[in-house]
Write a protein that binds this ligand. Structure first.
Ligand SMILES: N[C@@H](CCC(=O)N[C@@H](CS)C(=O)NCC(=O)O)C(=O)O
Length: 231
């Protein structure tokens, strides 16, 4: 089954390509990072739904053996990279556009990575499509159980963040500068809202940061519903 990327944004070949899916939170992270760093890129949609999932096609398997999105291709550097956090760090180091997403101070950098991983490693993988499909197909979980599963892990992760950020947040997670932590937080909150968690009520600090971020053009541009493959 070929994956055609037929809804690619733009006709010209750009040096950066992001293979992603509009609703994928890991793809959303990378879109925010690209947008904040004002990098031009070609967006190549990989439908996680059509034809049983284009991530399983041979073409995509050759690009990214993990069969998940996103994948970043940097034609100039001849690199194909998966793992959104690694991609974000790569972009931050490779393109000095004036905005740094990874703090330069060693201690701040370690803290930022830990906070980003609190969500990207401890929450999102549990709510991934293939995990949910396994729950449904192999363990007969009905939709209400699957939703409760998602809500449970998301709530747990967000309560960790709300507590950890209490003493340090400003307009953004780490104070007054946007960072990789906001880049990971915003898609996670977007997903929490999709699963009917009352984020404003339960996690007021995080919701304030989410709202502030979504007032900014780079975050708006990266929104799932603004992508060419949005349904
Ligand atoms: N740790 C990976 C996770 C990537 C990931 O979970 N991608 C999901 C969408 S958010 C996916 O492609 N799922 C496809 C599937 O489950 O079949 C990253 O941060 O890039």
């Amino acid at each position: 089954m070929p994956y055609s990327g037929k809804e690619r944004s733009g006709d010209s070949v750009m040096n950066l390509q992001l293979h992603g899916y509009w609703r994928s939170s890991a793809s959303y992270r990378v879109r925010i990072a690209l947008s904040l760093k004002e990098l031009e890129y070609e967006y190549v949609p990989v439908s996680l739904i059509n034809d049983g999932g284009e991530q399983y096609s041979d073409d995509y398997l050759n690009l990214n053996p993990s069969q998940m999105v996103p994948t970043l291709v940097d034609l100039d550097a001849d690199i194909q990279l998966n793992q959104s956090l690694a991609i974000i760090e790569y972009l931050d180091e490779r393109f000095d556009t004036g905005l740094k997403l990874i703090p330069t101070h060693r201690i701040e950098r370690a803290r930022a990575r830990a906070l980003a991983q609190d969500l990207a490693c401890d929450v999102q993988p549990l709510c991934n499509l293939r995990v949910l499909n396994q729950l449904k197909d192999k363990y007969d979980a009905q939709q209400d159980k699957v939703v409760a599963w998602n809500q449970h892990w998301i709530r747990l992760g967000l309560s960790v963040m709300e507590r950890k950020l209490k003493r340090r947040a400003g307009k953004f997670c780490l104070g007054f500068d946007v960072s990789i932590v906001d880049v990971v937080l915003v898609p996670q909150i977007y997903s929490a809202l999709r699963f009917d968690i009352d984020v404003a009520e339960e996690f007021p600090l995080l919701y304030k940061i989410y709202e502030h971020c979504n007032d900014l053009e780079p975050f708006l541009k990266a929104l799932p519903e603004h992508q060419v493959d949005a349904r």
